[in-house]
Write a protein that binds this ligand. Structure first.
Ligand SMILES: Nc1ncnc2c1ncn2[C@@H]1O[C@H](COP(=O)(O)OP(=O)(O)OP(=O)(O)O)[C@@H](O)[C@H]1O
Ligand SMILES: [Mg+2]
Length: 1109
C-alpha cells in the first residue's frame, strides 16, 4: 500500500495558516497576527478544525460568485482554501448523504457579519440543491423572506447600519434527495422599545424610512402620511439617512419580495396601514387639564392626528380617545376606572405603538411561515440557521432590559458551543478512556445560572418583583438583586458584597453589572420592571380589537371582552427564557456547524484591523481554547461497528465478512492500511481519528475501492452474462446442427432415391423397348404374312379379273363382229332404197343444223361496239366465208351508224372537216397521219382575250376561222419571221405578232392555189391571182405546225364563199411568183445535223431550197 499522503490545497499558497490548528507556536499574539495577515490579504475566513472564523471585511469581495459556488461544490472540507461555502457544502452534504439534521450557529457581536453569513449559507445551499420550477419557487420564497424581515426587524445602530433587532432561527426543510421543501422561521424578542425611542445616532426600524421615501404620492395620501421625516416624533432626525442606503429602492425591493413570498395585495396594504398608524400614534400629544378633584387629567392636544388614525384603522375615535384618558382596572368583578395623567397617557400611547409594531412583526413571521411551510407530510431533513442579535455593550450604562436579554441569549449560545466543542469533547475522551490532558477553558454555565436560575436567577427575581403586590419599582428590583445575587462572583452592584468594600465609584446607584463571558456589562435598572411586564392597558387592547381593520383586530385577541382573561400574561423575560430553552434543545438534536464572526473595527470601515478589539473577541469567544482542544483531540470519532461496516472493503481480512469483535476488525483494517498509529486511538466503544485528512484519505480509498468493487461486480456480471449467452449459443448450435444433419441426410436420401428411380426407369425403359422391339418384330412378321397373303390373293383376283375381262372382250368382239356382219348384210339388202330419198334430206338437215349452230355461236362471240375495234371472230366453216365477211361489213356499218347518231352538230362539223382533210391529203402528204389525232381548233391564238391585240380585233368584223402564229418565209433569203395568220369568211390577214398591226390583207377571191410538198414538213405556199392588189409582192410562203388544218379550212372557206374549189398542189417542186420572178421551191432530203426542223434557203434567183429532215 502506498504511503498515505493527502493532497490539499488548504496548504498550498497559504497566507499564514488556513487552519489555526496548524499554528505554531500557538498563543494569542500568533493567533491575532495570523488573522490579521490573512485579513490584509482579503482572506477573511480561517478554520479552527471545522469551525469557521469570519472577519467582517466591510466591503464586497469577489469570492461569492457562481464560479466559486461551483468550486466548492462536492469538495472535501479541507480541499480548498477556507470559505463559508466549504462549511455550507459540508453541512448540506452530510444532511443529504448521511441523513443528519444540521444547524449552523452564527455568533459574534453586533456588526460582525452574522446576518450576511446566514444569507451566504442560504444562497449557497439554494445554488447547489435541486432544480426545477417548484423547487426554484421554494428557494426564491425562502431567500426573499430575508428582505421583508430585515425591513421590519433591522435598524441602523451605532455598531451596524443593518443591525438585526430580533433573533432569527430558520429551519430549512429538505426531502430525501436534498431538494428544499420549505421552511419555518422562529423569531426572538424584537427590540420594540426602538419604535418609540432610539439612542442617539441610531434609527427606527428601516420600514418607516423606506415607506416615507419610497411610497408613491398616491399611497402616502391614502395612508395620510407626509414624506418629511421631521413630521414624525418617532423618527429620530439626526441619523435619518444612512450612507450608501437607498431607502426608496429598498422599499420597492421589499414590496417585490412580499409579492414573491406570497403576500396578497390587500395584506401588504394592511401591513403598511399598521406601519402608518404606528408612525402617526407618535404624533399624538397630550396636555394636562386640572380636574375638580385636584388631580391632573390629560387631554389630547390636537385631535386631527387621532382622527386620521381612526379613519385609517377603522376605530371609533371616541373609544380610542377614552382609552388614552382612562384606565379601567378590574378586580374581583369590579371595574374601577381611573383617569390618566399626561405621563401615563404618553406611556399608554408608546405602549400601544410598541405592541402594535411588535405584534405586526410576529404576524409577518407567521404569515411568511404560512407561505414557506413545506407542503408535504413526508419526513424531512432539516438545516437550521441561527442568526441572533450579537452581544451588545453600550457605554455609560445605557444598557437596558433589551441588552440584558440579548446578552443572555449570547451566553446561552456560548454555553452550547462550550457544551458541544469543549466540554462534551473532553468528557467523551475520558469516558472512552482516551489518554487526555485536560484543557482549561472558561465555562459560562455559572453566568447562565445567574440569569436563568429558577429560584434565584435575575429573571426569576424580576418576575417575582413584577408579580409582587404592593409598590414595585426598578429600585425595589435592584434591592432584591442585591440581596440575592450579592455573593455571585459575576454580579456586581454598589450594594453587592464584592463591590461594597471596593467602593467602586464606576458603578452608579441604579445599575448592576454582570461579568458576561464576553465582558462586563453595566445595566441600567430603569425600565426593567416595565419592560418585563410589557403592560398594555386593557382599554387600549379593547379599543384595538374593536377596529374594523381586520389585521389590527386580529393582533389584539385579548381585547375581545368575551375572552377576558384576568390571569397575567407571562412576562417578557420568562417568555424569552422559555423560547431560548426550546431553541437550545432544538440545537442539541442537530449536528452543529459554527461560524464565529469577528468584527475587525468599530468604524464599519474596510481595511482596518483593530488588534485590541479582535483580541477581546477572541478571548471571550474562547477561540484559543477551541484550538487547543482541537489540537489535543481528535477530529473524528465513530463507533466500531459502523466504522468497520463503512471501511471493511479496504482490507482482505475484513472483506466481505469479519468474524469477531468489531474493534479487532478495525484494528486489522487500520494496520493493513498502514495508517500511522499516532493518527488514531481506540476508545472503549469508538475509534478516534486525530486528523481529518486521515478520514478523507479513508474516504478516498473507500470511494476508489467502491469503484473497483463496482468494476468487479460488473466483471462478474459480464462474465456470467457472456457465459450464459455462450451456453445458450452452444445449445442452440447443437439443435441447429442436429436439424441441419437431419435435413442433409434427408436430402441425400432423396437424391439417392431419385437416382435409383432414374436408373430403375432407364432399365425398365430399356427392357420395355426390348420387349416392344420383339413384339413389333412379331407383329411385322404377322403383318408381312397377311400382306403376302393379300398380295397373293390380289394377284389371283387380278388374274381372274383379267381372264374374265378377256372373256368379256371376246364376247363383245363377237357381238360387234356379229352386228357389223348383220349391218353389212342389211345395208347390202337395203342400199337400193336409201340412195333415192334419204340422202338429200339428210344433207339439208345437216346444213340447216350447221348454220343454226354458226349463228348461235356468233351471237356469243360479237366484238365491241367501237368502230375502231378490228376484232372479228374467225370463220368456223370454209363454205361460210363470204357470209362471214358480209356479216362483218354489216356489223361495222351498223355500229358506225350507231356511233354517228350520238354526234352533236359541232362534232359533226369537226368530222366533216376531218373527212375533207382526209379526202384532200390522205396518202398524198406524209404529214397527214400525224394530223388525224389532232382536233382542229382553228383559233389557236385567242385574240379576244389578249388586250395586246385589241386594235387587231377591233379592225376585224367578220368571224375568225383561223388565228394562228405562222412563220412567214422571207422571199429574198428564205429566213422566217413570226406572223399572226388570220382567216375570216372573206379575207386572209397577216399581222405583226408583237404589235398586232395588220401587215397584209388578201381577199379570198384573190387566192388561186395552195402548194405543199408530199413530205412530212409544214411548208406551204399561197398563190395569188396575178394582177390583184395583194399580189404586188408576190406569193406567200409559210410554215406552220397545223398545215393540214389550215389548208383544209382555207379550202372549205373558199369553197363556201366563192363556190369554187381551191386548187391544192402536192408536189416536191413547184413554182411561186415573187414579184416579177418565178422561183422554184424545191424540197430536198436534208441531212440530220440541222436537227428535225426543216431549213429554207434561197439558192439563187430561181431556186429556193427547203431541206426536210
Ligand atoms: N462577508 C461580508 N462581505 C462584505 N461585507 C460584509 C460581510 N459581512 C458583513 N459585511 C458588512 O457588515 C455589515 C454588518 O453585517 P451584519 O448585518 O451581518 O452584522 P450582524 O452580525 O448581523 O450584526 P447584528 O448583530 O447587529 O445584526 C453588513 O451590513 C455588511 O456591510
Ligand atoms: Mg444581523
Amino acid at each position: 500500500m502506498a504511503k498515505m499522503e493527502v493532497k490539499t490545497s488548504l496548504l498550498d499558497n497559504m497566507i499564514g495558516v488556513g487552519d489555526m490548528v496548524l499554528l505554531e507556536p500557538l498563543n494569542e499574539e500568533t493567533f491575532i497576527n495570523n488573522l490579521k495577515k490573512r485579513f490584509d490579504h482579503n482572506e477573511i475566513y480561517t478554520y479552527i478544525g471545522s469551525v469557521v472564523i469570519s472577519v467582517n471585511p466591510y466591503r464586497s469581495l469577489p469570492i461569492y460568485s457562481p464560479e466559486k459556488v461551483e468550486d466548492y461544490r462536492n469538495r472535501n472540507f479541507y480541499e480548498l482554501s477556507p470559505h463559508i461555502f466549504a462549511l455550507s457544502d459540508e453541512a448540506y452534504r452530510s444532511l443529504r448523504d448521511q441523513d443528519k439534521d444540521q444547524c449552523i450557529l452564527i455568533t459574534g457581536e453586533s456588526g460582525a457579519g452574522k446576518t450576511e453569513a446566514s444569507k451566504l449559507v442560504m444562497s449557497y445551499v439554494a445554488a447547489v440543491c435541486g432544480k426545477g420550477a417548484e423547487v426554484n419557487q421554494v428557494k426564491e420564497q425562502l431567500l426573499q423572506s430575508n428582505p421583508v424581515l430585515e425591513a421590519f426587524g433591522n435598524a441602523k445602530t451605532v455598531r451596524n447600519d443593518n443591525s438585526s433587532r430580533f433573533g432569527k432561527y430558520m429551519d430549512i426543510e429538505f426531502d430525501f434527495k436534498g431538494d428544499p421543501l420549505g421552511g419555518v422561521i422562529s423569531n426572538y424578542l424584537l427590540e420594540k422599545s426602538r419604535v418609540v425611542k432610539q439612542p442617539r445616532g441610531e434609527r427606527n426600524f428601516h420600514v418607516f424610512y423606506q415607506l416615507l421615501s419610497g411610497a408613491s404620492e398616491e399611497l402616502l395620501n391614502k395612508l395620510t402620511l407626509e414624506r418629511d421625516f421631521s413630521r414624525y416624533n418617532y423618527l429620530s432626525l439626526d441619523s435619518a439617512k444612512v450612507n450608501g442606503v437607498d431607502d426608496a429602492a429598498n422599499f420597492r425591493t421589499v414590496r417585490n419580495a412580499m409579492q414573491i413570498v406570497g403576500f396578497m395585495d390587500h395584506e401588504a396594504e394592511s401591513v403598511l396601514e399598521v406601519v402608518a398608524a404606528v408612525l402617526k400614534l407618535g404624533n399624538i400629544e397630550f396636555k394636562p387639564e386640572s380636574r375638580v378633584n385636584g388631580l391632573d387629567e390629560s387631554k389630547i392636544k390636537d385631535k386631527n392626528e387621532l382622527k386620521e388614525i381612526c379613519e385609517l384603522t377603522g376605530i371609533d375615535q371616541s373609544v380610542l380617545e377614552r382609552a388614552f384618558s382612562f384606565r379601567t382596572v378590574e378586580a374581583k368583578q369590579e371595574k374601577v376606572s381611573t383617569t390618566l395623567n399626561v405621563a401615563q397617557a404618553y406611556y399608554a400611547r408608546d405602549a400601544l405603538a410598541k405592541n402594535l409594531y411588535s405584534r405586526l412583526f410576529s404576524w409577518l413571521v407567521n404569515r411568511i411561515n404560512e407561505s414557506i411551510k413545506a407542503q408535504t407530510k413526508v419526513r424531512k431533513k432539516v438545516m437550521g440557521v441561527l442568526d441572533i442579535y450579537g452581544f451588545e455593550i453600550f457605554e455609560n450604562a445605557d444598557n437596558s432590559f433589551e441588552q440584558f436579554i440579548i446578552n443572555y441569549c449570547n451566553e446561552k449560545l456560548q454555553q452550547i458551543f462550550i457544551e458541544l466543542t469543549l466540554k462534551e469533547e473532553q468528557e467523551e475522551y475520558i469516558r472512552e478512556g482516551i489518554e487526555w490532558t485536560h484543557i482549561d477553558y472558561f465555562n459560562n454555565a455559572i453566568i447562565c445560572d445567574l440569569i436563568e436560575n429558577n429560584t434565584n436567577g435575575i429573571l426569576a427575581m424580576l418576575d417575582e418583583e413584577c408579580l409582587r403586590p404592593g409598590t414595585v419599582t426598578d429600585e425595589t428590583f435592584l434591592e432584591k438583586l442585591n440581596q440575592v445575587c450579592a455573593t455571585h462572583q459575576h454580579f456586581e452592584s454598589r450594594m453587592s458584597k464584592s463591590s461594597r468594600f471596593l467602593n467602586d465609584t464606576s458603578l452608579p446607584h441604579s445599575c448592576f453589572r454582570i461579568q458576561h463571558y464576553a465582558g462586563k456589562v453595566l445595566y441600567q435598572v430603569e425600565g426593567f420592571v416595565d419592560k418585563n411586564n410589557d403592560l398594555l392597558y386593557r382599554d387600549l387592547s379593547q379599543a384595538m380589537w374593536k377596529a374594523s381593520h381586520t389585521l389590527i383586530k386580529s393582533l389584539f385577541p385579548e381585547g375581545n371582552p368575551a375572552k377576558i382573561n384576568l390571569k397575567r400574561p407571562p412576562t417578557a423575560g420568562s417568555q424569552f427564557k422559555a423560547s431560548v430553552a426550546t431553541l437550545m434543545k432544538n440545537l442539541q438534536t442537530k449536528n452543529p456547524n459554527y461560524i464565529r464572526c469577528i468584527k475587525p473595527n468599530d468604524k464599519k470601515a474596510a481595511h482596518i484591523f483593530n488588534e485590541a478589539l479582535v483580541c477581546h473577541q477572541i478571548r471571550y469567544l474562547g477561540l484559543l481554547e477551541n484550538v487547543r482542544v482541537r489540537r489535543a483531540g481528535y477530529a473524528f470519532r465513530q463507533a466500531y461497528e459502523p466504522c468497520l461496516e463503512r471501511y471493511k472493503m479496504l482490507c482482505k481480512q475484513t472483506w466481505p465478512h469479519w468474524k469477531g469483535p468489531a474493534r479487532a476488525g478495525v484494528e486489522v483494517l487500520f494496520n493493513e492500511l498502514e495508517i500511522p498509529v499516532e493518527e488514531y486511538s481506540f476508545g472503549r466503544s469508538k475509534i478516534f481519528i486525530r486528523n481529518p485528512r486521515t478520514l478523507f484519505k479513508l474516504e478516498d480509498l473507500r470511494k476508489q475501492r467502491l469503484e473497483d468493487l463496482a468494476t468487479l461486480i460488473q466483471k462478474i456480471y459480464r462474465g456470467w452474462k457472456c457465459r450464459t449467452h455462450f451456453l445458450l449459443m452452444r445449445k442452440s448450435q447443437i439443435v441447429i446442427a442436429a436439424w441441419y444433419r437431419r435435413y442433409a441426410q434427408q436430402k441425400r436420401y432423396q437424391q439417392i432415391k431419385s437416382s435409383a428411380l432414374v436408373i430403375q426407369s432407364y432399365i425398365r425403359g430399356w427392357k420395355a423397348r426390348k420387349i416392344l422391339r420383339e413384339l413389333k418384330h412379331q407383329k411385322r412378321c404377322e403383318e408381312a404374312a397377311t400382306t403376302i397373303a393379300a398380295y397373293w390373293h390380289g394377284t389371283q383376283a387380278r388374274r381372274e379379273l383379267k381372264r374374265l375381262k378377256e372373256e368379256a372382250r371376246r364376247k363383245h368382239a363377237v357381238a360387234v363382229i356379229w352386228a357389223y356382219w348383220l349391218g353389212l348384210k342389211v345395208r347390202r339388202e337395203y342400199r337400193k332404197f336409201f340412195r333415192a330419198n334419204a340422202g338429200k334430206k339428210i344433207y339439208e338437215f345437216t346444213l340447216q343444223r350447221i348454220v343454226q349452230k354458226y349463228f348461235l355461236e356468233m351471237k356469243n362471240k360479237m366484238p365491241s361496239l367501237s368502230p375502231i375495234d378490228k376484232n372479228w371472230p374467225s370463220r368456223p366453216y370454209l363454205f361460210l366465208d363470204s357470209t362471214h365477211k358480209e356479216l362483218k361489213r354489216i356489223f361495222h356499218l351498223w355500229r358506225c351508224k350507231k356511233y354517228r347518231d350520238q354526234f352533236t352538230d359541232q362534232q359533226k362539223l369537226i368530222y366533216e372537216e376531218k373527212l375533207e382533210a382526209s379526202e384532200l391529203f390522205k396518202d398524198k402528204k406524209a404529214l397527214y397521219p400525224s394530223s388525224v389525232g389532232q382536233p382542229f381548233q382553228g383559233a389557236y391564238l385567242e385574240i379576244n382575250k389578249n388586250p395586246k391585240y385589241k386594235k387587231l380585233k377591233d379592225a376585224i368584223e367578220e368571224k375568225i376561222i383561223i388565228a394562228e402564229v405562222v412563220n412567214k418565209i422571207n422571199r429574198a433569203n428564205g429566213k422566217s419571221t413570226s406572223r399572226i395568220f388570220l382567216l375570216t369568211n372573206n379575207n386572209l390577214l397577216l399581222a405583226d405578232q408583237k404589235s398586232g398591226q395588220i401587215k397584209s390583207e388578201v381577199p379570198l377571191v384573190d387566192v388561186t392555189k395552195v402548194s405543199m410538198s408530199s413530205q412530212n414538213d409544214g411548208f406551204f405556199a399561197i398563190h395569188l391571182k396575178e394582177g390583184s392588189e395583194a399580189a404586188s409582192k408576190g406569193d406567200f410562203l409559210f410554215s406552220s405546225d397545223h398545215l393540214i388544218e389550215m389548208a383544209t379550212k382555207l379550202y372549205r372557206t373558199t369553197l363556201s364563199q366563192t363556190k369554187q374549189k381551191l386548187s391544192i398542189e402536192i408536189s416536191d417542186e413547184f413554182l411561186v411568183q415573187f414579184r416579177q420572178d418565178k422561183v422554184c421551191v424545191k424540197f430536198i432530203q436534208g441531212n440530220q445535223k440541222n436537227g428535225s426542223v426543216p431549213t429554207c434557203k434561197r439558192k439563187n434567183n430561181r431556186l429556193l431550197e427547203v431541206a426536210v429532215p
